[in-house]
Design a protein around this ligand. Structure first.
Ligand code: AMP
Ligand code: TRP
Length: 345
């Protein structure tokens, strides 16, 4: 059976982009066809300025939303990255395989560090090394596939390069993974700024639909979406990005094709109304399950505890073999006498 790994960062409230680009695929497809792990990648949330209490809150919320989106702990493993030491352990080894030039070429690093410098802020070293930690997340589990939105394609490509390089230098250790993307809505754009991705912590707040937005808030945000000048409804990502985004969201929510849907609408107003309704309907069951799960935090904690135990057991042997392959001296096994003593203690 194929192994699948993916993750979401607790840097803000999860959005419609996270759902259509990633979570829905994980719940509806991946967990049923593969041995899957889904992770709240909290260490990644420390790469930008953060408030400790908020990261904790958002991590719990993200885990709850993964389950609300339909991830079933009977079918897949749901856990929090920092609960499994192997990620950080492997990340260091991969830092010894990656180059600084490679890191500086990452688009997300260039964009985020550029914005931070413009604001006069400083850039954390971990923002530069972030893709190496992401590679460690994936390689520690021998994942074959990584279902992500298309903003993560470059990071998965880097992960492949590091796996191949490590295997060539030190002997076959890692599975070389590949990214998979949803057919539509692999990049949901901000409703107010349709040339930028709908990101959790964007400046254009009114253009972001959050998974926990009330129906009337969702409707307002969609009805106020920026559309392009022009009268006809056509699907053209390059020339008419606002319209294309709405058509893709509608297609993703109703199972249609953006081009075909464009032909069915005579006005922007009707398209916006149907898109708003479709989004509200897609979010309704997720919000209902989220309310139920919030009433049972002990259940969510137990899922995360069991998930971390399963994940640790999978990652440990892979990371240990990487430690041996790269030339680190394995610790001597505990003497038999100590083992017996420890067992009776
Ligand atoms: P992040 O919010 O960056 O932790 O992303 C978690 C997952 O959601 C990744 O697979 C992303 O590629 C995906 N994702 C995030 N934003 C969007 C978006 N606007 N459209 C499509 N996928 C997205
Ligand atoms: N970098 C990803 C993002 O910003 C999150 C992530 C971290 C991830 N580790 C991962 C995604 C491993 C897939 C696999 O969306």
């Amino acid at each position: 059976m194929k192994r699948v790994f993916s993750g979401v960062k607790p840097t803000g409230h999860l959005t419609l982009g996270n759902y259509l680009g990633a979570l829905r695929q994980w719940a509806e497809v991946d967990q049923h066809r593969a041995d899957s792990l889904f992770c709240v990648v909290d260490l990644h949330a420390l790469t930008v300025e953060h408030d400790p209490a908020r990261v904790r809150r958002l991590s719990r919320q993200a885990a709850t939303l993964l389950l609300a989106a339909g991830l079933d702990p009977q079918l897949c493993t749901v856990f929090v990255q920092s609960h499994v030491d192997e990620h950080a352990r492997l990340s260091y080894l991969l830092e010894c395989v990656a180059t600084d030039g490679e890191m500086r070429r990452m688009i997300q690093y260039k964009e985020k560090s550029g914005r931070e410098r413009e604001r006069g802020g400083s850039v954390r070293l971990s923002l530069l090394t972030y893709p190496v930690l992401m590679a460690a997340d994936i390689l520690a589990y021998g994942a074959d596939e990584v279902p992500v939105g298309d903003d993560q394609a470059q990071h998965v490509e880097l992960t492949r390069d590091l796996a191949v390089r490590f295997n060539q230098r030190y002997g076959h250790t890692f599975v070389v993974p590949k990214a998979t993307h949803p057919a539509v809505a692999a990049r949901v754009m901000n409703l107010q700024e349709p040339t930028s991705k709908m990101g959790k912590s964007d400046a254009f707040g009114p253009g972001i639909v959050y998974l926990l937005d009330e129906p009337d808030v969702v409707r307002k945000k969609v009805m106020r979406a920026v559309t392009d000048s022009g009268l006809e409804v056509v699907y053209d990502r390059g020339e008419r990005p606002g319209l294309a985004n709405l058509l893709e969201i509608l297609a993703a929510c109703t199972g249609g094709e953006p081009e075909a849907l464009a032909g069915a609408y005579g006005s922007y107003g009707a398209l916006k109304k149907d898109t708003a309704d479709a989004v509200v309907e897609v979010l309704r069951p997720v919000q209902a399950r989220h309310r139920e799960l919030c009433a049972d935090p002990v259940h969510v904690e137990a899922v995360l505890r069991d998930g971390a135990a399963k994940a640790r057991a999978m990652a440990r042997p892979v990371v240990d073999s990487a430690y041996r392959a790269i030339g680190l001296l394995p610790p001597a096994p505990e003497p038999v006498a100590d083992r017996v003593l420890n067992a009776v203690r």
